[in-house]
Design a protein around this ligand. Structure first.
Ligand SMILES: Nc1ncnc2c1ncn2[C@@H]1O[C@H](COP(=O)(O)OP(=O)(O)OP(=O)(O)O)[C@@H](O)[C@H]1O
Ligand SMILES: [Mg+2]
Length: 247
């Protein structure tokens, strides 16, 4: 056997080995994914019960203001978890999104109202620059909510000492709308930009971030034929831009 042929064969078997390793790894990740989806599914049902029970408690008239405030806080966090589990499940199930017509401005306003406590506690001022002539887009409002919650929570978490959040919607041209979510937070270092949309990539302390937020967000945006991009400057802030085709 010639030296070059032998080398070729060795290179090939090494390449095959690498390929097999990759396959085994992919299989492992798929199993892990199924396990994770199973766990999220198990969490989803009790969470829905918790949210309904909290809503019943909130209907009680004799709650003292401090108890009411605490229960509202619990409701908000439980809602957030419940939306997260629904987001993971709808992504995993590959349900036939998109469904229905969605008013993006309305969804943005609902999300900001839902997260107002998170803004107040830092404190963060929220500036809305919404174009109300925006036509509806083909999307599922709940998944759209999930997209905005993930991006806005990231922005809030990047501004723990306070700051300002800008929400802007606009009609780019006849066929496309854009939504921008811009913060005055920490910014994202350049070397991290390639990783932020990867699953489980997080810079947050254990227990505070799973690193799935942007991964799921990007997948959901793509199910509505949209795009997501990011501009950032360390120490100055970050702006995520989404575009969606109009109906
Ligand atoms: N607006 C932002 N400003 C600064 N860094 C950001 C911003 N958005 C995302 N990042 C960075 O990207 C990483 C990945 O974000 P992602 O939302 O996927 O995960 P996470 O926020 O860490 O956890 P999770 O969303 O699952 O709770 C974050 O840990 C953070 O380092
Ligand atoms: Mg996040």
């Amino acid at each position: 056997m010639s030296v070059s042929l032998a080398k070729n064969l060795t290179d090939k078997s090494l390449a095959d080995e690498g390929f097999l390793d990759q396959l085994a790894w992919n299989e492992k990740m798929a199993e892990l994914g199924q396990l994770a989806v199973g766990m999220v599914h198990e969490l989803n049902t009790p969470l829905s019960v918790i949210v309904s029970a909290i809503q019943l408690i909130l209907r009680e008239e004799e709650l003292s203001p401090s108890v009411k405030e605490m229960v509202e806080r619990i409701e908000m966090e439980a809602q957030r978890l419940s939306l997260f589990t629904k987001g993971v499940l709808s992504f995993a199930r590959k349900e036939d999104a998109p469904v229905g017509e969605t008013d993006v401005n309305q969804v943005l306003q609902e999300v900001i109202c839902f997260l107002k406590y998170e803004a107040q506690k830092r404190p963060i001022s929220v500036v809305e620059d919404l174009d109300f002539r925006l036509p509806p887009i083909v999307a599922d409002a709940n998944r759209m909510k999930q997209i905005f919650i993930n991006l806005i929570m990231n922005a809030f978490q990047a501004m723990d000492g306070g700051g300002s959040l800008l929400l802007r919607s606009s009609l780019i041209d006849d066929g496309l709308i854009s939504v921008q979510i811009a913060d005055t937070g920490s910014g994202i270092p350049k070397h991290m930009l390639n990783s932020i949309f990867e699953p489980f990539y997080t810079t947050k302390k254990t227990g505070t971030g799973t690193g799935l937020g942007l991964f799921i967000t990007k997948k959901l945006v793509e199910t509505f034929s949209g795009t997501i991009s990011v501009e950032t400057s360390e120490g100055e802030g970050t702006c995520f831009t989404l575009t969606f085709p109009v109906i």
